[in-house]
Design a protein around this ligand. Structure first.
Ligand SMILES: *Cc1c(COP(=O)(O)O)cnc(C)c1O
Length: 453
């Protein structure tokens, strides 16, 4: 076997070179590197290959076919980068190779989760005592939190959902806004609550649920609100929703995948007002906190509901007095996600976290101003890190999006907003500088002008 120290050093060197070069390369790979991926395949090798050669092949063929979302000019979907300290922590955690499921399988992972959870509850101004689980992302966070909701509303109606299932259970009323994120609908399907039997509440021009249009609630009910619309960045009026829902004994869940981070930035926290009154929250760490994939959290105000929803035991699994990570998530074995979250929070502190959120919001406003000044139409109120822009009619906008993507200076996706084609700009990365914004803006305007000509 090749010397493993040399192999790991080579991996670090290659990683550093990759990150060094990212500022100068195209954001989306061109057709050649993608075509080159064939070199990774072929038949299953009969014999071994030198690990150093495996690594070299992966880097030489794989790295050029990556999307440069680790750099500063990727504005697609809502995708952050990785703060250097979180990548460093991730490397060390990779060497640790801890199973984060049990205290006994990793005391350090369990301790870091507990600390990170406490710091997040503080940073996001969630109610003291809020518990949670570390999951792959906001999709699983929605699923996990809604499992706790399902448990609680059926338990209140005298039904044990975990033991008896849903066949014959009292019906649960589920309310969503008309701009609900697809991941929440997927979570409902997986939970047996159904995607099409939900009641959809109309939204306003920014995609916010109209609280006054909430239907009257009776019996077991879950209201799913949103902090941060994936297109506009807008927030549902969560305080008002909680007031109406709680008066009827309903559970309020908030999909706050990226928007909930606004609570950590003093100049944006007005957007999340009332969010602390909800019963559960879904959050992504791999988006705006800028930790490596995959990383999200489900928070539950009364953690015993989450514990009951996930409860399981076996004679071979020791139950300690401590918080057992696997009691709060659907998974048992899993990676130690608390490590990078802890590292990010420890390195940033309250001020650094607020600055990360604020800075990216200001950069979104810088995009919006530049595009508006050039005569293009901004379709949303730019309150957060999301910008929706139209470059003319739908056909023109779609051509500009394709042009921006193939130009390679930056990368933005498309969407349809209130019936109109739009380009989405999401500023979510610690690595984005004002110079990146200006360079990207210049590329967008160059492409848009070329389309007009
Ligand atoms: C991104 C997002 C999700 C899904 O998160 P994943 O981490 O991709 O699972 C859910 N809701 C909202 C509002 C999002 O922006």
């Amino acid at each position: 076997m090749a010397d493993s120290n040399g192999l790991l050093r080579a991996a670090a060197d290659r990683s550093l070179r990759y990150l060094d070069e990212i500022r100068d390369r195209r954001v989306a790979p061109g057709p050649q590197p993608i075509d080159g991926l064939k070199a990774l395949g072929g038949p299953f090798p009969e014999g071994p290959t030198d690990p150093a050669a495996v690594l070299a092949l992966l880097d030489d063929v794989g790295s050029p076919a990556t999307v440069a979302s680790a750099g500063g000019r990727y504005f697609g979907f809502v995708i952050g980068g990785s703060l250097p300290v979180t990548l460093a922590a991730n490397w060390l955690a990779g060497a640790w190779d801890q199973n984060g499921g049990l205290v006994v399988s990793s005391p350090v992972a369990a301790a870091l989760e507990e600390i990170a959870l406490r710091w997040l509850v503080d940073a996001l101004a969630l109610p003291a005592g809020t518990g949670g689980g570390f999951v792959t992302g906001a999709t699983m966070a929605n699923f996990t939190a809604l499992a706790a909701a399902r448990h609680a509303v059926l338990a209140a109606a005298g039904w044990d959902a975990e033991a008896a299932g849903l066949l014959g259970a009292p019906a649960i009323t589920v309310i969503v806004g008309d701009e609900v994120h697809i991941s929440l609908l997927r979570a409902l399907t997986l939970l047996g609550l159904g995607r099409d039997r939900v009641t959809r509440v109309p939204v306003d021009t920014q995609g916010r649920m109209r609280a006054e249009a909430l239907p009257p609630l009776r019996g077991p009910a879950i209201v799913c609100a949103q902090a941060g619309n994936v297109n506009s960045g807008a927030f549902d009026p969560i305080g008002q929703i909680c007031e109406a829902a709680h008066a009827a004994g309903a559970w309020v869940h908030v999909d706050g995948a990226f928007g909930l981070w606004a609570a950590a930035a003093p100049e944006r926290s007005h957007l999340t007002r009332g969010v602390e009154r909800a019963d559960s929250w879904a959050l992504d760490a791999h988006k705006w906190l800028n930790v490596p994939y995959d990383s999200g959290l489900a928070f539950v105000r009364q953690p015993e509901h989450l514990r009951s929803a996930m409860a399981t035991s076996a004679a071979y699994i020791p139950q300690t007095e401590q918080r057992e990570p696997f009691q709060y998530t659907p998974e048992m074995s899993r990676r130690a996600r608390g490590v990078e979250i802890w590292a990010a929070l420890r390195a940033l502190g309250r001020a650094g976290l607020a600055d990360l959120i604020e800075r990216t919001c200001r950069q979104a406003a810088r995009f919006a101003a530049g595009l508006r000044d050039a005569g293009y139409e901004i379709l949303n109120d730019v309150v957060l890190n999301q910008v929706l822009v139209a470059f003319g009619d739908d056909e023109t906008t779609r051509r500009v999006i394709a042009g921006v993507q193939s130009d390679g200076t930056c990368w933005c996706g498309g969407t349809v907003w209130h019936g109109r084609a739009a380009m989405r700009i999401s500023v979510s990365s610690w690595a984005t500088t004002d110079e990146d914004v200006d360079r990207s803006l210049a590329a967008m305007l160059r492409v848009a002008r070329a389309m007009r000509a």
